[in-house]
Ligand binder design. Structure first.
Ligand code: TYD
Length: 203
């Protein structure tokens, strides 16, 4: 049986990482074979591109092409084989992030993004996308407490509100795939929302 593909999305500082860890533990305890991966990155080639993507100055089209180049390698060499082998793939960010950050954040043409999406993925989409949603200002406070900023995290609140709106647009366009998680709540409350989503799907 083909495995399930679950992606995790949200603006920087939404708190995805904690919940990816706990969901991984829960699925493994239930007997699933879980592959944890991330974008940008996930394969040696795509991790090399990730370093450039996060830290080198570049124009927005270069940025967009790099992230889709990495995605192609990631899908072909890691994600598709894992799904074919029946694994549950948990991916920290996927193509919705390109629509949110490069499309809505940077203002890249959404039609070009859709063409790239189709070229690189064919019909492949996550079976479920957990979207950690919270106001940009709250996310900025969490980031300030947690870590040093990369190229994206150094952007201002206005940028992150555009990214957030980008996620909202993607969610509205694919409501059966997206589950919005209110990430402004406590860790326990967020975990309960995720568990409820999984249970509602019988997963
Ligand atoms: P992430 O791995 O969440 O960062 P961290 O390791 O600091 O938690 O994501 C890296 C950054 O890349 C994040 O700011 C979002 C950005 N990004 C894009 O701009 N476009 C994309 O397609 C993807 C996948 C990520």
């Amino acid at each position: 049986m083909a495995g399930r593909f679950i992606s995790f999305e949200g603006i920087d500082g939404a708190g995805k990482s904690t919940h990816i860890e706990s969901l991984t533990a829960r699925l493994k305890a239930a007997g699933a074979s879980v592959l944890n991966t991330r974008e940008p990155g996930g394969t040696p080639l795509a991790e090399t591109l990730r370093e450039l993507f996060l830290h080198q100055p570049m124009d927005s089209l270069t940025e967009l092409l790099l992230v889709f180049a990495g995605r192609r390698d990631h899908l072909q060499t890691l994600i598709e084989p894992a799904l074919a082998a029946g694994q549950t793939v948990l991916c920290d960010r996927f193509t919705d992030a390109s629509f949110a950050y490069q499309g809505h954040g940077r203002g890249m043409d959404l039609a070009v993004l859709s063409t790239l999406e189709q070229w690189v993925q064919g019909t492949r989409q996550p079976d479920l996308t957990l979207w950690f949603d919270l106001p940009a200002e709250m996310a900025a406070q969490r980031r300030a407490a947690a870590r040093q900023a990369d190229r994206f995290e150094a952007q201002d609140l206005v940028f992150f509100e555009r990214v957030r709106a980008g996620y909202a647009a993607r969610a509205a366009a694919a409501p059966e795939r997206f589950a919005r998680i209110d990430a402004s709540l406590t860790v326990a409350e967020v975990a309960a929302q995720i568990n409820a989503v999984m249970e509602s799907r019988g997963w």
